[in-house]
Ligand binder design. Structure first.
Ligand code: G3P
Length: 194
């Protein structure tokens, strides 16, 4: 148990690094809180018009989720890997450094699944891409990927991460509350638009 708590703490710390905010600041793109949705993720970094910064944010936010999982698994096994995955996701959404007001966890979600089970990870990435290609809305891609993730877990794996999948899906939906309201109202911006 002590070991699991340790990996939860480490996962949280890794997840809590707000790469979007850091990259936007370093590249002189301004304060993400005052741009678009005010979110710290790649989608909102893209609203600054800087595609490279958005791509870097996506990459680093995904990599921190993947790294937390891979480290925990290497040192402490599969249970620790699942704990670290959830902790990294929560770290991104509720980072202590930003007064617990963080992001929506989508890039980290994709990264942690790629590391936890690459088949689920790839399936979730493809789901995001397909939905985003059809609707041109980032949050719709995220909601579709989260919704179908549990299906992919059942279809593609032994189901040992099913419970984690349910929790993460609920968390993604909860974090996208405002997006869901905008989607219903027809005011959710298309990808890359302010
Ligand atoms: O990854 C977050 C995305 O699903 C929505 O971001 O900035 O449009 O709220 P945003």
């Amino acid at each position: 148990t002590t070991q699991l708590i340790l990996w939860a703490a480490l996962g949280y710390l890794m997840g809590s690094i707000p790469f979007g905010m850091l990259i936007a600041r370093i590249m002189g793109l301004g304060n993400l809180r005052q741009i678009g949705s005010g979110n710290i993720g790649a989608t909102n970094v893209l609203r600054t018009g800087n595609k490279a910064a958005a791509a870097l944010t996506l990459l680093f936010d995904a990599a921190k989720g993947a790294a937390a999982v891979l480290l925990a698994r290497a040192f402490a096994g599969d249970d620790a890997a699942q704990i670290a995955a959830l902790a990294a996701f929560l770290g991104h959404c509720f980072p202590v450094w930003l007064g617990f007001k963080g992001g929506k966890g989508v890039a980290t979600f994709l990264g942690l699944w790629l590391a936890l089970d690459w088949r689920v990870g790839i399936a979730c990435c493809l789901t995001w891409l397909a939905a985003a290609a059809i609707w041109r809305i980032s949050s719709v891609g995220a909601l579709a990927a989260a919704a179908l993730s549990t299906t992919w877990i059942v279809v593609l794996t032994d189901g040992s991460a099913f419970f984690l999948g349910i929790i993460l899906t609920m968390l993604v939906y909860w974090r996208h509350n405002a997006n869901v309201a905008r989607i219903k109202a027809g005011t959710e911006p298309k990808i890359g638009k302010p």
